[in-house]
Structures are given as C-alpha cells and as structure tokens.
Design a protein around this ligand. Sequence first.
Ligand code: HAM
Length: 424
Amino acid sequence: MSQKITGVKGMNDILPGDVEVWQHVERTTRELFSLFGYGEVRTPMVEDTALFVRSVGETTDIVGKEMYTFEDKGGRSLSLRPEGTAPAARAYIEHSVANQEPVTRWFYMGPMFRYERMKTGRYRQFHQIGAEGYGSKEPAQDVEMMDMVVQLLLKLGLTDVSLNINSLGDDACRPAYQTRLVEHLRAHASELCSDCQVRLEKNPLRVLDCKNERCQQIASAAPNILESLCEPCRAHFAEVQRKLDALEIKYVVNPRIMRGLDYYTRTTFEFIAAHPVLGTASTVGGGGRYDKLVKSLGGPDVPAVGFGLGLDRLCLLLKESGQQFGRATDLFIAVADEGSADAGFTLTSRLRREGFRVEFDTRGGSLKSQMKRADKVGAVFTLVLGEAERQSGQAQLKRMAGGDPTPVRLDELAQTLRTALKAH
Ligand code: HAM
C-alpha cells in the first residue's frame, strides 16, 4: 500500500457539513458590508517580504517568528500574507486610489498564514474577514468600523462578545509614554524573556504583548498609556466613546489592548468572546487606526482605520450556537425498477432546472437502499417512479416525516412540489 500523505499541520480542510456555516458567515458579511458601502478587494496571497517587515514591524512575533517566507526562482524574498492590512494598503497605493476618491472603503475575506503554535482557534492557515477605510481621520470613521462588526455579530446571533477599546496615542505623545514604559521595564530587565530583552531596546511596546508568563506579569504593572495621551489624542478618544454611546454600542475601555502590530496610532479595539470553545483564542477580531502606514509605504499622507475578524473562530462559535445552516433536500426521486432509471434521472434534472434541490441515486439499487439514502440526505419529500407511474403519468408525493401521500401528475410535479414545500 502507498504511504498516506496528510495535510499540512495547522491547515484545515473545511468539508461539506461545516462549509455551510462558513458560507452563511460570508454571505451575511457581504450583504451587511454592502449596506455600509464597502467594496470587496482581492489581493494576492503572496507579497514582497519587505511589505510586512515595514508595516507590521520587524520586532513583532508575526514578522519575527511566524511568517512563511521563501525565495522564489528569481531570488526574490516573498512571504505568504500573515494579515490583510499591508497588502490592501500596497494595492491602494499602487493603483493611486487616493487620486480617484477622497474616501475609500474596502473589505476582504481570505486565508492568512502564520506559523503559530496551534490549538483550537489558532491555526497556521486561518481566515480573516477584514475591512479598511482610507481618507478620514475622524472618530466617526473608527466608530463606523466598530459598528459594522457589532452589526455583523448581531446578525450572526453572536451576542456574548465584548468590545474593548484603547488609544495608543500618536507621534506627539507616544515617545513620552515609551520613556515611562522603558523605565518600568528596565527595573525588571533581567526577568524578561530573551526576546523581550531585545524588544526593550528596539521596540518596548511589543514587550506588552509577549505571551511569556513572567513578561505578562511585568507588563500588567506597566504605566497606563491613556494617562500619557496628548490633548488631540485624548479628544479623539473621547469622541470615539461619545459616538459609541450615541449608537448604544457597549464597550469597555481597556488600556491593555496593544494589538501586537506596529502600525497603529490612536484608537485600537478588540472583540473578545467568553466562550469555552475558543479557550485562550478568545479574540474574535481586532483593529484600529493607522494614520501613518500609507505614507510610510511610499503612498500619500492618508489616514486609515480597519479591522480583521477571525473567520475560523466565528465559525467555531456559530457551530456551538446550534443554529442550522444550508438548504434541505426538497425531494428524493427513487426508482422501483431498472427500466425507470432514465425517467428518474431526466425528471431529477428537469426539477433542478426549475430551482428545486433534488437528489437521485445514480447507482440505482434496491428501493430500500434508495429510501435509506433519502433519509440520510434529509429529504423533505420522496417520490417513487416505477413502470406503473410512467404508464399513468401519476405518482405519490410522500412526506418523509409521515402523513398521507399526495397524488401528483408528473407533468405538474413542479407546481405541486412548490405548493407542498410552502405548506411544509
Ligand atoms: P490580528 O489581531 O493580528 O489583526 O488578527 C485579526 C484576527 O484574526 C484575530 O483577532 C483572530 O480572531 C484572527 N487570527 C489571528 N491569528 C490567527 C490564527 N493563527 N488562527 C486563527 N485566527 C487568527 C490583524 O491581522 C490586522 N490586520 C487587523 C486590522 C485590519 N487592523 C487594521 N485593519
């Protein structure tokens, strides 16, 4: 026997049965985001490595440890995208979108790749729903983003998710915070993990999202960033809160939302679900403002804000909710004898053309085995076609759940079935 080849660790197959949940989330997202006026953008799965180094940041875990980086045959260093903000910004700049419209609002869905230690809700290929808005520096734009997520969660019936917000300040006030932070961290320098010793020198803010237990303890006693905000950043954050209140969106101000990526300025936020199915992977989404990123990637000076939601995590939560997704089989057509196989096959095709979901067992087999199959696929109705039915042009439409069968003329089957399904 040949040796079995298995899928790559941390990269999942999504099979029928589960995929309906994914399709439901994707469909709901598309419908909702279009109400907000967001257009879909599709960027490649692979980008120049430098794009992520310069945006997400060299000292972040994502770039430093988790990226799938390789050389192509032309000797270029490429990386599988670990997130969607940098590729979207790259496309926004490359297509000079800022010259065409003052405000641009995009969304995307698709796989991202991070070489993480995997567990439930944390994978190496995972999927994000993301949105990015360019061109407005106003707090209302931040709140529009959060509102969009809130409405999506609500539409999906995921009510037990809390919104945490914070502000990371900007170039005017963050350096002062960084000085206070470094002072605090230096006092514990020898207790920090080896990565954080480097971060302390290169990018002290990143110490605050280290997963090491001792580093987390030290981080939890760090100075509060909100106490260091300059007046414009403080006013921006206050206005974000006022607008969230106006939309009756509940939130918690949490100065520990640091986000683990370097490009953020001012508002950051995370959506956290307290459901045991997610374990420690409880953050279903996060985002924030990044007013300097587009310019730093060689584009115009355009402010921006966005978010990313973990689609895998949303689907885990949704599966737990016990809701049913996907369309039921309307009718199963069984044949009583081999001579009726062609008629059954043709009738099946005709009804599918009329928009019904119809199942037919192409293997034929005994009536008993076909009925078992009808039960397995969860058909609402069955119809048996045999010599007598073909001769008379009449058959019986039978509800699988029981009850008297309805006599039906085969040339009126579509109409009768439509009526019967409505009544079902
Ligand atoms: P992020 O927080 O790195 O942000 O990822 C967003 C979401 O993706 C997380 O909250 C989580 O639900 C999901 N996620 C991340 N890593 C994994 C993983 N290994 N397995 C499963 N799910 C995962 C960003 O990526 C930013 N680009 C968000 C953003 C957009 N900020 C501004 N615009």
